[in-house]
Write a protein that binds this ligand. Structure first.
Ligand SMILES: [Zn+2]
Length: 313
């Protein structure tokens, strides 16, 4: 009898695990208040703090200045994930080395990719990789309209977990969306002042695809969508020839990526008689440290716009 009960218990346990592998299909309201929310990047942490307000305690896994493509989880991270009521991450393979751990925890607590709605409902709004295969550009925060959908997704999930305060989450999500739309209006106005022939944004890794698509800038980079990709001499030489031929005045380094490769491109252009400059440092995949202009996402985005306009206009 006892053995039967144990076997039944084990079976029920496995069924329960299988039944909620994503945490998404079966969101049961959390009994904890305020909700302890763990976020991977600073951009997500800011959005969740805005949407959750006083109903959430937000923790950020990756410190400012850290490259999410390369981030490896520590032993302490595993503990922090287990201690959270809910986890929000970007998804689309941005946090490549963290995703196996998050997938594993998804059977035990709600773990959500903020890009889930974009991927399942509006994949046509995502930038596919040239090779296809359902792999998309993860840098969606650099288009405020796409990011607005991620913010609304966060609002919906918090409302499910804490239905009593659903109206607050919805209202606060729309307030942050309004700030994103204002940011978008500012970016459109400012970037339109760059002469059309100079609307070329060159960075180290390919983070600004959505940004370029939204604001009519041609985007070029030395590396692919991930900072894990190799930079080869051939693509470096091709970029140098293009910059010289089109007399592009500036290229941009990123706060979480080494500037060395782009410095070599600048030297290569100078050797061919074209004076190319580093137009400044952009916040691509992470926010800046406290006290810097990129301390907040809204500040970082505005800084990027102003830096690009000042260097290319
Ligand atoms: Zn990136």
């Amino acid at each position: 009898m006892v053995a039967h009960t144990i076997i039944l218990g084990i079976l029920l346990f496995f069924c329960a695990c299988l039944g909620c592998t994503s945490g998404r299909e079966n969101p049961s309201p959390s009994r904890n208040y305020p909700l302890r929310v763990l976020c991977t990047t600073g951009m997500i942490a800011e959005a969740v703090a805005a949407v959750g307000g006083r109903h959430v305690v937000v923790e950020q896994l990756m410190p400012p200045g850290v490259d999410p493509h390369l981030y490896r989880p520590t032993a302490r991270d595993k503990w922090r994930i287990n201690a959270a009521d809910v986890v929000f991450y970007n998804g689309l393979h941005l946090e490549g080395r963290l995703e196996p751990l998050l997938a594993k925890r998804g059977g035990f607590l709600p773990v959500y990719a903020v890009t889930e709605n974009l991927l399942t409902r509006w994949p046509e709004r995502l930038r596919p990789l040239a090779e296809g295969g359902g792999i998309y550009d993860p840098h969606v925060w650099l288009d405020p309209l796409l990011w607005a959908e991620c913010v609304r997704f966060v609002g919906e999930r918090l409302a499910e977990l804490d239905p009593e305060r659903a109206a607050d989450y919805q209202r606060q999500a729309e307030q942050y969306v309004a700030a994103l739309l204002e940011l978008d209006r500012y970016a459109r106005e400012q970037l339109a002042t760059i002469p059309p022939t100079r609307r070329v944004l060159v960075t180290t890794h390919d983070a600004f695809g959505y940004f370029g698509r939204r604001y009519g800038l041609r985007v070029n980079s030395l590396q692919g969508l991930s900072t894990l990709d190799e930079i080869d001499l051939q693509s470096m030489n091709a970029l140098i020839r293009e910059l010289v031929a089109e007399q592009i005045p500036a290229v941009f380094v990123e706060s979480s990526v080494s500037p060395r490769a782009l410095q070599a491109v600048v030297a290569g252009c100078q050797a061919l008689g074209h004076s190319l400059t580093i137009g400044g440092e952009l916040y691509a995949d992470c926010l800046g440290p406290p006290g810097s202009p990129g301390e907040t996402f809204l500040g970082a985005f505005r800084w990027n716009v102003d830096t690009i306009v000042a260097a290319l206009r």
